[in-house]
Write a protein that binds this ligand. Structure first.
Ligand SMILES: CC(C)(COP(=O)(O)OP(=O)(O)OC[C@H]1O[C@@H](n2cnc3c(N)ncnc32)[C@H](O)[C@@H]1OP(=O)(O)O)[C@@H](O)C(=O)NCCC(=O)NCCS
Length: 433
């Protein structure tokens, strides 16, 4: 497999680089922790390492050093299309450099060869109660495939530690290959009366998802690939990435680990925010029977805040500017359907809500994050069942978190185990300070 060769070729240098850094500079301090950080969700505590993506508070995400506009320009794309192959993105995440068209297609081919979803996965999803949230279905489907883990079986056979990354890559490729069909199956089962659309092996991974969803507009294929690129990775400290990393650090395989990450993604402050965000937009739309005036929108936003709720899609734990993942989707909408009502409303929210949040003065960032717009784009193409949005986020996020845990294994990261203190100990530290 191409990805295996490319990673293998880098391993001696990477391992030596990390070994040397830890051996020669292991006791150098990179930060301090104060009491508010311990009680405040470890915000800004530097305790994780990843070379796959980095979020600059003012600039937003870079994947392997590339900004989103750079990636959209440089990654290979299907002919006549504006969004890159997801296979090329995965190559970049794992290998660290922009692939050629052939290299991107090699990853796509590898996924195609592994894409058949075993019947038992569908049976398990069908056996769940009808009212189960689609993310629960998705996470369950990922988890149940654990029985096929190559990592788990090779571990029990006694594989050497420096080989751990290899079956992790194997498992990740198989898992990812199956995700579009599993996600589309959940969608069609839950919202389209179980009328399934067979996979089309001619299509790339992202387009095939769009096809199996049953969205007739071919531009939805471009949106799907864009969406999968944008949501794939956001450093290691966010809930889905950290949950995946933490669980994988105990040498659980990717099925156990990614399923845990998906359960974290399901929380309303993380992945579920995109569904809440569209819900909020539709609430505004309903209340004013269409796109409101700016003043009406402002008063709606204040009502939300006064009732003690957050305005979904705005604010961020790290970012302090407009999220470039928002901008990329916003530009897509502006190009293809600027007159769509819900898109226009989302644009107006972008105009009004930062001012409201600034006036309220609580949120450290009043700017939109990735979730503020993604639902509006899905809605335009008729994917209006917003319970499903977090599943799409999950399909994408497994790209990033799996790339991370493959490299965690390659570089021999140990089991994660942070230290806890009691409140009394912290009070004692405070009293002595
Ligand atoms: C993303 C988010 C969870 C980050 O949390 P955080 O790092 O704790 O954010 P801050 O440090 O800016 O929070 C400070 C205060 O501002 C509030 N705040 C932050 N974003 C807000 C928003 N969009 N609307 C209203 N209040 C907000 C917080 O609730 C907090 O209030 P508190 O002191 O009463 O608890 C938060 O901004 C939020 O809840 N946003 C809306 C949900 C969302 O879009 N999530 C998707 C994230 S990608």
């Amino acid at each position: 497999m191409l990805l295996k060769e490319k990673i293998q070729a880098q391993l001696p240098e990477w391992r030596e680089r990390v070994r040397k850094l830890v051996k020669e500079h292991g006791d150098i301090k990179v930060g301090e922790v104060n009491i508010s950080q311990i009680y405040g969700g470890m915000r800004d505590v530097r305790g994780l390492v990843t070379d796959i993506s980095y979020v600059d508070p003012n600039e937003g995400i870079r994947f392997r050093g590339y900004t989103i506009p750079e990636l959209l320009e440089k990654l290979p794309k299907p002919e006549g299309s504006e969004s890159p192959y997801v296979g090329g993105l995965y190559y970049l995440l794992l290998v660290g450099s922009i692939p050629t068209l052939e290299e991107a297609l090699a990853v796509e081919e590898e996924w195609k060869a592994r894409s058949e979803v075993p019947q038992y996965v569908f049976d398990v999803i069908r056996a769940l109660p009808e009212d189960v949230h689609p993310v629960t279905m998705f996470s369950t489907a990922v988890l149940v495939m654990q029985r096929e883990s190559v990592f788990a079986s090779r571990y029990h056979e006694g594989m050497k530690k420096d080989e751990y990354w290899d079956p992790m890559l194997e498992d990740s490729m198989t898992l990812i290959a199956r995700l579009p069909e599993i996600a589309a199956f959940i969608y069609r089962l839950k919202y389209k009366g179980g009328e399934l659309i067979p996979s089309n092996p001619e299509l790339d991974w992202g387009s095939n998802f769009a096809h199996m969803m049953g969205v007739p507009d071919l531009m939805y294929r471009d949106l799907s690939r864009l969406y999968f690129l944008l949501h794939s990775d956001h450093e290691s400290g966010n809930v889905s990435a950290h949950a995946t990393h933490l669980v994988a650090s105990s040498l659980s395989d990717i099925y156990y680990s990614a399923s845990a990450g998906m359960n974290g993604l399901a929380g309303p402050l993380h992945g579920l925010a995109n569904q809440e965000c569209l819900g909020w937009l539709l609430g505004v739309y309903d209340q004013y029977h269409g796109v409101p005036s700016k003043d009406e929108l402002k008063s709606y936003a204040w009502d939300t805040l006064k009732s003690g709720q957050v305005i979904p899609g705005y604010g961020h734990a790290v970012l302090r500017k407009t999220d470039p993942r928002f901008t990329a989707q916003y530009e897509f909408g502006l190009k293809h359907f600027p007159e769509d009502d819900i898109f226009k409303l989302a644009t107006m929210v972008y105009d009004v809500v930062p001012g409201v949040l600034t006036e309220q003065g609580k949120a450290k960032s009043p700017w939109p994050n990735v979730d503020a717009i993604s639902g509006a784009l899905q809605y335009h193409y008729g994917v209006t069942e917003f319970d499903f949005y977090t599943v799409m986020f999950g399909v994408s996020r497994i790209l990033g978190v799996s790339a991370n845990v493959i490299w965690d294994r390659a570089l021999g990261q140990p089991i994660e185990r942070a230290k806890s203190l009691t409140t009394a100990m912290l009070e004692e530290i405070a009293a002595k300070a």
